[in-house]
Design a protein around this ligand. Structure first.
Ligand SMILES: N[C@@H](CCC(=O)N[C@@H](CS)C(=O)NCC(=O)O)C(=O)O
Length: 387
């Protein structure tokens, strides 16, 4: 079943559902609406949600128009890794924190982050606007202290495992961090320096949440575009496929010819080298295995490169040298999800556009088709296709 989430980049209510999906290890499709074009207030979106708010989760024939309802639905539809606990007492605790977060932390965050992060105001010292922002910040500090208290002696808000309470609170706290990073002076004035100085347990929890599988994929897409950190601009794509993690691992270590191109050797252990050739131009890349975890991770480093492409400058030839291809594999209800990051393959490289199109073909389409159906569309000598 395809799970489609309609969202606005950075909207915390929609992000909650993405966090819930990540906690469950599920994959999703995203329809990112443009708030500046008012897409959420027009058709066709209004037919899905006449209130014109996000999120909307579409799952089979079911349309769910509220973030917490969507989390509750996910828990029924995919009971593994429960979001709302596994006994009445756990459920009560999780629901209570979830609803308190929804009622109080959300409003408190909105009152600070709408002016600071969205409208990007800088109130004049002594102005009414500044006084209002300071009052809003005090309320937000109160809610942060509440969360800090909940985390006393436990790793997650409602206990030892992440739950819906964490999925609902995470976007708010991550948005505060964003405001601290991008509007530091004003946040500092409001008493939000870098969070570890103020709320150490909350800061640890945020890091713990951020490191959970799939959570990085929930970050607002527009942060990636604005972000100047190199890692944010590596080529990255995800697919999900109807194959087991072990089958995916096999295709990524010994079955390259089924979806990419033939290699001279299989990759069996760290240190193994495989040369991938693309006749008729005879481009090639040699990769060395750095980290291999069966069913979970394949990390290869390019140690030799000759990229030839008609009409392209010779500068592209060795651009892949030193880059790393990293595939992370996760089980999911459809079979598996694979996150691919080609570390070092960035828009600043001359070859980026060609390689982006190449990987979109070989990884996103061909590997998926191969894992889904046994039939990929790898490079064939006679097709003269070049990556
Ligand atoms: N109770 C709803 C609230 C939805 C909501 O207010 N979403 C905000 C984003 S966090 C929104 O769509 N705002 C745009 C608008 O109201 O125009 C839920 O949790 O799903």
């Amino acid at each position: 079943m395809t799970l489609t989430i309609h969202t606005i980049s950075g909207a915390p209510c929609a992000w909650r559902v993405l966090a819930g999906l990540a906690l469950k290890g599920l994959s999703w499709e995203q329809n990112v609406l443009s708030a500046s074009d008012g897409e959420h207030k027009k058709e066709p979106f209004l037919s899905l949600n006449p209130r014109g708010t996000v999120p909307v989760l579409e799952a089979g024939g079911c349309v769910i128009r509220d973030s917490i309802a969507a989390l509750a639905w996910l828990d029924r539809a995919f009971p593994e890794r429960p979001l709302f606990g596994s006994c009445p007492d756990e459920a009560a605790k999780i629901w209570q924190i979830t609803m308190e977060t929804n009622s109080y932390l959300r409003d408190a965050c909105h009152a600070v982050l709408a002016p600071v992060l969205v409208q990007r105001v800088t109130p004049a010292p002594g102005s009414q606007e500044e006084a209002a922002l300071k009052t809003a910040a005090e309320t937000l500090h109160r809610e942060c202290r509440w969360l800090e208290g909940l985390l006393d002696g436990r790793p997650y808000l409602a206990g030892d495992a992440p739950s819906a309470a964490d999925a609902v609170a995470f976007p708010e706290i991550r948005l505060i961090q964003r405001a601290v990073e991008t509007r530091h002076a004003i946040m500092e004035k409001l008493g939000f320096g870098f969070p570890p100085n103020h709320y150490p347990r909350l800061a640890d929890w945020k890091e713990r949440m951020s490191a959970l599988p799939g959570m990085a994929e929930t970050l607002p897409p527009h942060w990636n575009e604005q972000d100047s950190r190199p890692a944010a601009r590596n080529y990255k794509r995800s697919i999900s496929a109807a194959a087991t993690p072990d089958q995916a691992f096999h295709a990524l270590t010994q079955g390259f010819g089924d979806w990419w191109t033939e290699s001279d050797n299989p990759i069996l252990q760290p240190g193994d080298r495989a040369k991938f050739t693309f006749p008729p131009g005879h481009s090639f890349w040699t990769f060395e295995a750095k980290r291999l975890v069966p069913g979970e991770l394949v990390e290869l480093e390019c140690v030799e490169a000759l990229h030839l492409h008609e009409g392209q400058p010779s500068g592209i030839q060795t651009e892949w040298h030193g880059t790393r291809a990293i595939w992370r594999i996760f089980p999911d209800p459809q079979g598996c999800r694979i996150r691919f990051e080609h570390e070092g393959l960035r828009p600043s490289l001359l070859c980026y556009r060609i390689c982006e199109a190449g990987w979109d073909h070989f990884f996103v389409s061909s590997l998926k088709a191969f894992l889904d159906t046994g039939q990929g569309t790898p490079h064939r000598v006679e097709e003269k296709k070049q990556l």
